[in-house]
Design a protein around this ligand. Structure first.
Ligand SMILES: [Zn+2]
Ligand SMILES: [Zn+2]
Length: 470
């Protein structure tokens, strides 16, 4: 079994790794009849426009030679480049859990829409200087064709990919997220995808796979520690109480899939406990509305507490909570003068409706911005989190006066200690490769693993490693 690290190496986006099994057959010139080639994830690389277009548009392999893709979960940085595979001749199946299929369909359609708008915008600017238009990476039609290839497989039900046997375990990161275990060539490979925090609301804790020869693991927060999850909701409650007492609004930038539902659920419980005042709460994102509907369709992914709540009430709905789809309704929130809470995309304040709310309220010292997820380098969210005194929004400079709170403990990613504790519970681990982290995070996790006696490395993009029996 051979693994080639193709994406999310020494960076957090564009997760993609190539697995080849039955290599002896391939090497002996007997074709790939006895072997198989498949991808773990096919995520979108997100970064500066030109670099992203180049990386996403050029696949470093022949897509028609792939048998399948095994998808860990529905976040864009894991599934967002699947349609490019089809455009390049991929004819195989895409395996994932049933909840991931539903969420990925939503995420990919949104991505096609964003790319269409983006291409139109860029083409308009280029036309002024006589440059040819740019085309989107893929279209809604190509997304539909991609969704047609999805083959949902529940957790713990092994399936075959040529000589390989593949099993999904719950990664506890977002609805439907999976740890993938591949058994082939008398070796076992584990791929964490993104790993959740133990004790996180709604979802079950990350599961522990059986012994592994090779583990490819995420390291997003490899060099950081979150505060304990117990108390996260209380801290959010305190921010809401204080902001409301000042007469301000609480702005929560959030990813439509996962974070939004976690925060809604936490606010619901705070409301039930009488810990926050009954001020209007608005989820301002059409995509989050759709994602929440998908959550409701997949109670099989919920933990015991959430299932118990489900028996008598809607975990994602409460009195005073409003889901907003229409732009006009979103704009009307600018007229609100009394305290309220708004949860809006995007999670890193790079696009979406949160920008309009920020433009309107970033200079209002009564308001609060609550950061609840990872903020990548060069994003507005990162600049705000870093304490910038002025920021540009839609090209206009704004003085930052609202209070900024960071509740990284709501993160869907395990922190350094939690990653180490998770590895320690895997009965046997041969060699570990740290991926899906900024370089410093991945290197820190690998170093901490080596201190604990593991053979751990941080691969570089394009590196091949052999997990064949020696
Ligand atoms: Zn993720
Ligand atoms: Zn990810």
């Amino acid at each position: 079994m051979r693994i080639t690290f193709l994406g999310a190496v020494r960076t957090v986006t564009g997760s993609m790794h190539l697995v080849e099994t039955g290599l002896n057959d391939i090497v002996a010139g007997r074709g790939s009849a006895g072997g198989s080639r498949f991808l773990l994830d096919c995520g979108l690389f997100q970064g500066h426009r030109e670099e992203a277009a180049r990386i996403n548009g050029t696949l470093p392999f022949d897509a028609s030679s792939l048998e399948a893709v095994v998808l860990s979960h529905a976040h864009l940085d894991h599934c967002g480049n699947l349609p490019t595979l089809l455009r390049n001749g991929f004819r195989g199946s895409i395996y994932c859990t049933p909840a991931t299929r539903d969420l990925a369909a939503l995420v990919l359609h949104d991505s096609a829409k964003v790319q269409h708008q983006d291409a139109r915008h860029v083409s308009k600017i280029r036309a002024r200087t006589g440059l040819p238009p740019v085309t989107p990476l893929y279209t809604a039609n190509e997304v539909d064709r991609t969704i047609g290839r999805f083959r949902p497989v529940p957790y713990h039900e092994p399936f075959r990919l040529g000589p390989a046997r593949v099993t999904f375990y719950d990664a506890g990161h977002i609805l439907g997220s999976a740890i993938t275990m591949v058994e082939a060539d008398e070796r076992t490979l584990g791929f964490t995808g993104d790993l959740g925090r133990p004790g996180e609301a709604i979802l079950r804790d990350p599961e522990i796979p059986p012994g592994l020869d090779v583990l490819v693991m995420e390291s997003t927060y490899g060099n950081r520690a979150h505060k304990p999850l117990d108390g996260a909701a209380e801290r959010l409650g305190a921010i809401v109480r204080e902001t409301a007492a000042r007469g301000g609004a609480v702005l929560i930038p959030s990813f439509a899939v996962g974070r939004t539902q976690d925060i809604t659920y936490a606010l619901h419980r705070l409301r039930n406990a009488g810990a926050i005042p009954s001020i209007p709460t608005i989820v301002d994102s059409p995509m989050a509305v759709d994602a929440t509907e998908i959550f409701r369709r997949h109670p099989e992914c919920f933990d015991d507490d959430t299932r118990a709540m489900l028996a008598h009430e809607d975990p994602f709905g409460f009195k005073g909570l409003r889901y907003v789809r229409e732009v006009d309704d979103s704009k009307s929130l600018n007229d609100l003068t009394d305290p309220f809470i708004v949860i809006a995309t995007s999670g890193m304040c790079e696009s979406g409706r949160i920008l309009y709310h920020l433009a309107h309220r970033v200079g209002d010292a009564r308001c609060s911005l609550v950061i609840v997820s990872f903020q990548a380098e060069h994003t507005l969210g990162r600049r705000l989190a870093g304490g910038a005194s002025t920021v540009r929004i839609f090209g206009e400079p704004h003085e930052v006066r609202l209070q900024i709170h960071q509740l990284a403990e709501f993160s869907a990613h395990a922190d350094g200690e939690e990653l180490l504790a998770w590895v320690a519970r895997v009965p046997r681990v041969g060699r570990i490769y740290c991926v899906h982290g900024e370089e410093a995070g991945s290197l820190a996790l690998a170093a901490a693993l080596r201190v604990r006696g593991y053979a751990a490395d941080v691969p570089v993009r394009g590196q091949q490693v052999d997990a064949a029996p020696s």
